[in-house]
Structures are given as C-alpha cells and as structure tokens.
Design a protein around this ligand. Structure first.
Ligand code: HEC
Ligand code: HEC
Length: 355
C-alpha cells in the first residue's frame, strides 16, 4: 500500500471520530437541560414503575389460594395410651364390619358396611364427608331430633341408620375410641368454626325434578362395575368386609339415613364417585349426580321407624321424603324435586309469619 493511500485512510478515520464526538456533544447539549428540568420527574416515574411491578408480584403471591382442612398426624400425639386409643378408633372407622359387623369379632351390631364407606379415608378426605368439623361444632342442636346432640348421639345415629344397626354403649371401649379419634381429627379446629373442605361440598338445586330413569342409565354406565347390577356390592374374599359396598337392598343404609335424602347422596356422589374422583376432578355432571341419586334411592332398602324425627315439621329439609309437611307439596316432590318451588313457598310463608 502506498503512503498516499495511508494518509487518506487516516484522515477518513479522523473525520469519522470527529463526527461521533460532534453527535455526542449535540446529544449532551440537548439532554443536559432536559435532565436538569425533568430529571426528578423521570426518576420518580422509574421509581413508581418499579414499585408498581413489585406490588403486582406481591399481589399475585398473596392471592388467596384455596386452603382445605387436613387431618393432623396421629404420630404427633405424645401420650402413648391416648395414641393407642386414637389408633383403635381409626381402625373401627375404617374396618367397622371386621369388629362390629354381622361376623364382628367384638360385637355383631351392624350391617357389614364400614363407616369409611361414606366417610372416606377414615373420615379425612377433603369433601369426602370427613369429620374435620365435628369436634368444633358438637354438641349442637339438630332439627332432626329437636335436641342438642353430642358426638355419642351423632355416632349412634349413623350406627342405627347408615349401618342399619344398634348404637354402641357410650362407655364401651369402642365408642370411647371412636370419640377419641374424631375429637383428635378436629383438635386444630377452633371451637365453632367449620373449615373449608370439611363435610360434603354444596351442590345447586336443579330447576327440574331428578329423574330416576336417566339415573338408571348413568348407574349402568358408571357405577355397575363395582356396585354390581343388583346394587348389592361385592364382599371381599374373607367374607368380613365389602370390597364394594351395597347401594341398596337388605345390607344397605336404611330409609332414615342421611344418604337417603337425594341432595346428600348427590353431593357425596358428585365429588367422590366413581371411586378415585375428588371435588376438584368430578366425573359426574351435576345433573347426573342428582339423577343417579334419584335412581339409587328409588330401590328397596330397610325401613326404620323414627316417629320422633323432625318434631317441628317446618324444619324438615326440603328433600325429606316423608310427610307430614308444613307446606302443600307432595311426598313425591319432596323426594325428587323440583325443590326451588318448595323453597320459594317456604320463604314466602316465613315472611308472612314474620308479618
Ligand atoms: C351410608 C353412609 C354412611 C355410613 C356408612 C356412615 N355414615 Fe356417618 N354420616 C353419613 C352422612 C350422609 C352424614 C351427614 C352428612 C351431612 O349431612 O352433611 C353423616 C354424618 C356423620 C357425623 C356428623 C358429621 C358432621 O360434621 O356433623 C358423624 C360423627 C358420623 N356420621 C359418624 C359415623 C360413624 C362413626 C359411622 C360408622 C359407625 C358412620 N358415620 C357411618 C353417612 C354415613
Ligand atoms: C371403581 C369402583 C367404583 C365405582 C365405579 C363406583 N364406586 Fe361407589 N364406592 C366404591 C367403593 C370402594 C366405596 C367405598 C369406599 C371406601 O370404603 O373407602 C364406594 C362407596 C359408595 C357409596 C357410599 C357407600 C354405600 O355403599 O352407600 C355410594 C353412595 C357410592 N359409592 C355411589 C356410587 C355411584 C353413584 C357410582 C357411579 C356414579 C359409584 N359409586 C361408582 C367403589 C366404586
């Protein structure tokens, strides 16, 4: 390369450096007054922006996630004899028939079902009819008996109706163990409170009557493999407990049981059946749950005489299928619905009574 070319290149480089410097100075000259005039505002703007972003993060983090009741750990009980009593109570809930069923090794006072058949995972499953709110809410007034009921009375209600059997003596080792277990399950729950996820999940009423015919088709499609075509369930090989409990017939719950009301059955089934579903993953639609409830509760089952139930007839739940009622609706409508009309009528008569 000759010298001349080199000089030309150097000059070109110098010019381009000068250009860059000029641009820089120009920009600086324009920016300095802007910064001097508006600098504070700009910084405030940036600050606000950062703060807003921080807040969005906080807000999304603090969005209340739905929290559900969970059972405490029986291993946390320090007192050894109490721990053993709680463990026996849990065993009786999970395997009632083995101890207290028709071939029970302690007593024969019930129909072969287990409490756990309806109070899933020994009464600990979220919305699986668990016992999370029992200790915090009993003794409580129940309109069915018209009296204040303690835990013993409530447990024996299920023995006599859901297990179509006899109640336990309050002082028996078995009743004391069941009470200890249920009380333990609620030991973290403040008196009077009902934590989210306890008991059964609510279900809206349909605008129509529940339809047993539709329910039969649903039963045959979604329940029959386990509960069987005749609804009698299936015994385990040992002949002591059911692998699949009966839904009707002589070994099922009687017509005074909670599940015999179709709203209770529908709430239980929608969020727990077929076995394995939960409240967050239901398989039955709401309509299907009501219809299958209507079908199952139209089959034959044991009858219990409970003439003292609902001493105040105006307190009967809308779907209690036995009259007399304080309203003009039939037993049939009280059994299958539509319930909305009955509820509206009840509301009206309540407001007239208040006037
Ligand atoms: C056939 C089903 C079924 C069986 C079996 C059953 N229960 Fe129940 N139990 C229910 C229903 C339904 C309710 C009422 C749920 C509702 O109305 O929210 C209930 C309610 C209860 C309650 C009151 C719960 C509360 O929060 O108020 C207790 C305690 C109870 N059962 C104990 C037992 C015991 C102990 C056994 C076994 C001896 C048992 N149950 C067996 C269906 C059953
Ligand atoms: C995969 C088998 C299976 C299927 C399918 C199934 N269930 Fe169940 N069901 C069970 C078992 C097992 C239990 C008892 C749970 C336990 O003891 O832990 C039960 C319990 C019940 C109970 C309470 C106990 C009783 O016998 O009254 C009802 C009610 C019930 N099922 C209704 C239904 C309905 C309605 C359907 C169809 C929509 C259905 N189940 C489908 C296995 C099944």
């Amino acid at each position: 390369m000759d010298q001349h070319q080199e000089r030309v290149d150097r000059i070109a480089r110098a010019i381009s450096q000068l250009k860059a410097l000029l641009i820089f100075i120009l920009v600086a000259i324009t920016l300095v007054p802007i910064i001097l005039l508006y600098g504070d505002d700009i910084m405030k703007g940036i600050d606000n922006e950062l703060q807003a972003r921080r807040q969005t993060v906080l807000i999304t983090e603090e969005l209340p996630k739905e929290v559900f009741w969970t059972a405490p750990d029986p291993g946390s009980v320090k007192d050894v004899s109490l721990q053993a009593q709680i463990a026996y109570g849990k065993e009786l809930i999970a395997h009632t028939a083995k101890y207290l069923g028709p071939k029970g090794i302690v007593m024969q006072i019930s129909n072969g079902m287990n409490c756990q058949n309806c109070h899933l995972d020994a009464g600990t499953k979220v919305f699986g009819n668990n016992y999370g709110a029992v200790s915090s809410t009993y003794p409580k007034f129940r309109a069915r008996s018209g009296t204040s009921e303690n835990i013993y009375k409530r447990v024996n209600d299920c023995f006599e109706r859901s297990l179509n059997g006899k109640g336990l003596d309050t002082l028996s080792r078995e009743m004391q163990a069941i009470k200890a277990y249920i009380t333990f399950l609620g030991s973290d729950v403040p008196k009077g409170s009902v934590p989210n996820g306890t008991g059964l999940k609510q279900l809206a009423y349909l605008d129509r009557a529940a339809n047993p015919e539709n329910g039969k088709a649903i039963y045959n499609a979604k329940c029959v493999t386990c509960h069987q075509a005749d609804g009698q369930g299936q015994m385990a090989a040992d002949g002591l407990e059911y692998t699949y409990p009966p839904l009707w017939g002589p070994h099922s719950y009687n017509d005074g049981a909670g599940l015999y009301r179709i709203s209770t059955f529908a709430k239980y089934a929608r969020f727990n059946m077929p076995l394995g579903v939960s409240h967050s993953s239901p398989l039955l639609t709401e309509d299907e749950a009501w219809d299958v409830a209507a079908f199952v509760n139209s089959q034959s089952r044991p009858h219990i005489k409970v003439p003292r139930d609902w001493p105040d007839i105006s307190k009967k739940p809308v779907d209690h299928p036995f009259g007399p009622y304080g309203d003009p609706f039939t037993e049939k409508q009280h059994k299958y619905g539509p319930f909305k009309h009955i509820l509206e009528e009840q509301k009206k008569s309540m407001t007239t009574a208040q006037k």
